[in-house]
Design a protein around this ligand. Structure first.
Ligand code: ADP
Ligand code: MG
Length: 738
């Protein structure tokens, strides 16, 4: 498949919520957003500009005004994407917009009101209804995960101790792209189960946050659904297709005020906006198409959405707007953002037979359990038939063919166990009643039978456990057209199909209208023939006016964009200045208060973690040396509380000196001055043992000398000057004696 052939652009739709009560009471200005549903256009009026100024017009794949229904948005803009996911594509829907404009309303909506259910509950319905209506040779496995990104930390919302859990790490594999390591994923068998998963996550989100509003407007929530489908292909083998769906409710896109913030708060504010500004940069880089580098690695969000933006995925972006005139600037920014995203090209492809498909593992495990179970049952059946006296000529390992036969085997196996128990019971009875047996012998035989009974029961228990495990595994796989009850009758089904057709038609109509509009402008000139000069002048003047208006529009747009650039540049510069000041301050502290060797020690412990994209401290003691440290006792301490010298050992044995009785400290003589050493050396030659308590022991002699030589050797080696003075001293004394 060539790249261009399969590439398609990101679908962008815009939705405007109704004015709320507060905005209505604020004044008569009304909304600033007008929508042309037929053409898919948004017309934005600048409340501060004079009425003569042309309004700004943006065209999107679809637009939804204040009266739009959740269902229509789903059927027209989301349904095709979910269908693709069910066919094995990756799909992403993300809601982008200012806080309070209806991102969560669009993604989740009001669960209890069927009319107000958002994209996520409708997608649940869609997926499970599709499974229940598909052919019975298809097997499905549906998994769900839920995570949030808050202050650049990824948190698992399905983890029971979410509040205390540490942030998760992102990893990358060539097979699946970027994924979250150790993320909980729940196998869901029905709409109810997957809704439960969503609820658990939503609660964790609410509990984890001190101020829910604040938290939810600053964190990104990602609900991930993986649908694996296995179907026999034309080659007779089962092929697995894996569709991954990301449902993303982004943080509010409004600018966080950074002015006047310092230190920790500044870092926090910078982090909160990091993911969104990185998303903006990624979208700009992709839409531009010229810059080779796309800064995916700048934030967690962009890394996770890497495939969805310019990669292997189909993507729908829902940009939400508020109609109030107060938020004109933010609304314009959102529209510009959305307009840029339209130009992103993705290369979606079906994920066929990926190595990490969980469904395959499940199928293998189920087959293994089934084989084990069958083997056990056949064995029991075989035994039963031996008991019954029937011949048995089939291989025990042979697998069952039909379900009926399997049931028969199961029945036989159960019967065998029953019969066997009865037989053992009878035999036990017979032994008990046998009068010719010795009591001892009786006991032994009874014990043996008892043991056989035990074995039988254990066997049965094991079989039951195996069956339970097998059934649990099997129940997780959804079989097309089976597991889920489909309550809709034929009429309803028809109604649904008709509705989808209408949605499809609306979509096509809008596309055609948009194309016509473009073509109209291009071909206007070609078609026109003028009967008179006057007419030509009129027509051309009209056209000139039109083009002039367009030119003005574009000029104004350029001016706006420039202003915006200047503003964001100023903001960035300000942030940079503040961060630089902060950095200088830290340097000053380091220079003046931390000794250089300490600083070096800390610097040496720093290591860069490329996965996390940050610097980290290595542990103080390398892990392996830490574990081996102090594991072995020093040789001198064997049998003692602590290291002990030979001298002390001997002294303890002698029991002579009270000093050595309880303590086993080393006996180390300190030789302070060279003359002393000389006297000691000499006296050692003459009389090796000065201590009066030691005279009559030949062994301790050695001990003392040893200890002495140990402490004296270095001295004699190190200081040659002492030797000289020692020699001088010798001669001095000898001359004096003479
Ligand atoms: P966000 O998640 O973008 O911060 P919410 O989804 O919480 O905003 O919406 C804010 C309020 O506006 C909610 O009370 C919601 O019910 C209401 N609202 C948003 N969009 C619509 C809509 N299209 N129709 C009716 N009410 C809406
Ligand atoms: Mg929200």
């Amino acid at each position: 498949m060539s790249k261009n052939k399969s590439s398609e652009s990101v679908k962008v739709v815009v939705r405007c919520r109704p004015l709320n009560r507060k905005e209505e009471s604020n004044g008569p200005s009304g909304g600033i957003v007008q929508m042309d549903l037929r053409l898919g256009q948004v017309i934005l009026r600048n409340p501060r500009a004079p009425p003569s100024e042309p309004q700004k017009t943006f065209t999107f794949d679809a637009v939804y005004d204040a009266n739009s229904k959740q269902r229509d948005l789903y059927d027209e803009s989301v349904r095709p994407l979910i269908d693709s996911v069910l066919a094995g594509f990756n799909g992403t829907i993300f809601a982008y917009g200012q806080t309070g404009t209806g991102k969560t309303y669009t993604m989740q909506g009001a669960w209890l009101d069927p009319e107000k259910r958002g994209v996520i509950p409708n997608a649940f319905d869609h997926i499970f209804t599709h499974i229940s209506r598909s052919q019975s040779d298809k097997q499905y496995l549906v998994r769900a995960s839920y995570l949030e990104i808050y202050r650049e930390e990824v948190r698992d919302l399905l983890d029971p101790n979410h509040g205390n859990a540490r942030a998760l790490e992102l990893r990358e594999s060539p097979e699946t792209g970027v994924y979250v390591r150790d993320l909980t994923s729940c196998v869901c068998k029905s709409i109810k189960e997957i809704e439960e998963v969503m609820n658990v996550g939503n609660q964790a989100r609410a509990v984890g946050a001190t101020d829910m509003n604040e938290h939810s407007s600053r964190s990104h929530a990602l609900f991930l659904i993986t649908v694996e489908c296995s179907q026999p292909g034309p080659d007779g083998r089962k092929h697995i297709r894996v569709g991954r769906l990301n449902l993303v409710d982004l943080a509010g896109s409004e600018r966080q005020a950074k002015t006047g913030v310092q230190g920790e708060r500044l870092k926090e504010a910078a982090k909160i906006n990091l993911s969104l500004s990185a998303l903006g940069n990624v979208i700009s880089a992709l839409a531009d198409g010229r810059s080779g580098h796309v800064p995916y690695r700048d934030s967690k969000l962009t890394r996770l959405l890497q495939d969805s933006l310019g990669g292997n995925a189909k993507t729908v972006m829902v940009a939400t707007l508020g109609p109030s005139s107060q938020h004109y600037d933010e609304t314009l920014t959102t529209l510009r953002y959305a307009n840029r995203a339209k130009n992103i090209q993705n290369q979606p492809r079906v994920n066929e037979d990926p190595k990490d498909a969980l469904l395959r593992e499940f199928q293998r495990e189920i087959a293994r359990l089934r084989a084990q179970l069958n083997h056990r049952k056949w064995r029991s059946k075989q035994k039963k038939e031996q008991v019954d006296g029937e011949g048995w000529d089939r291989d025990g390992d042979e697998e069952t063919e039909g379900e009926e036969e399997e049931e028969e085997v199961e029945k036989d196996a159960e019967e065998y166990v029953k019969l066997e128990e009865q037989r053992l019971e009878r035999e036990k009875e017979a032994i008990r009643e046998d009068q010719f047996l010795l009591a001892e012998e009786k006991q032994r035989l009874l014990g043996e039978k008892e043991r056989m009974m035990g074995d039988l029961r254990k066997e049965q228990e094991a079989t039951e456990q195996l069956t339970a495990k097998y059934k649990a595994m099997e129940s997780k796989l959804l079989v097309g057209g089976k597991n889920i009850m489909d309550h809709t009758n034929e009429q309803q089904k028809m109604l649904e199909i008709k509705r989808h057709e209408i949605a499809e038609q609306t979509r096509n109509e809008r596309e055609m209208q948009q194309q016509m509009l473009v073509q109209d402008e291009e071909t206007l000139e070609l078609r026109e023939t003028f009967t008179s000069l006057q007419q030509e002048v009129e027509a051309k003047t009209k056209k000139l006016k039109k083009l002039y208006a367009k030119l003005q529009c574009i000029k104004a747009e350029i001016q706006d964009v420039n202003d915006e650039h200047v503003r964001s540049r100023q903001e960035l510069e300000q942030t940079q200045n503040e961060l630089t000041r902060e950095l200088k301050f830290k340097y000053l502290i380091i220079e003046n208060f931390i000794p250089p060797e300490e600083k070096n020690k800390i610097m040496n412990r720093l290591a860069f973690d490329p996965e996390e994209d940050q610097w980290k401290f290595q542990p103080l003691v390398p892990a392996e040396s830490k574990s081996s440290q102090m594991k072995t006792r020093p040789a001198s301490a064997v049998g003692y509380k602590r290291p002990i010298s030979q001298y002390a050992r001997v002294a303890i044995a002698m029991g002579a000196h009270s000093r050595y009785r309880a303590e086993n400290i080393m006996f180390l003589e300190l030789d302070m001055t060279p003359p002393n050493t000389a006297t000691l050396d000499r006296s050692a030659e003459a009389d090796p043992n000065q201590s009066p308590s030691m005279d009559n022991s030949p062994t301790k002699d050695k001990g003392i000398r040893k200890s002495r030589s140990w402490c004296q050797t270095p001295k004699s080696i190190t200081s040659s000057s002492s030797n000289i003075s020692l020699a001088a001293c010798h001669t001095a004394t000898s001359t004096a004696a003479q």
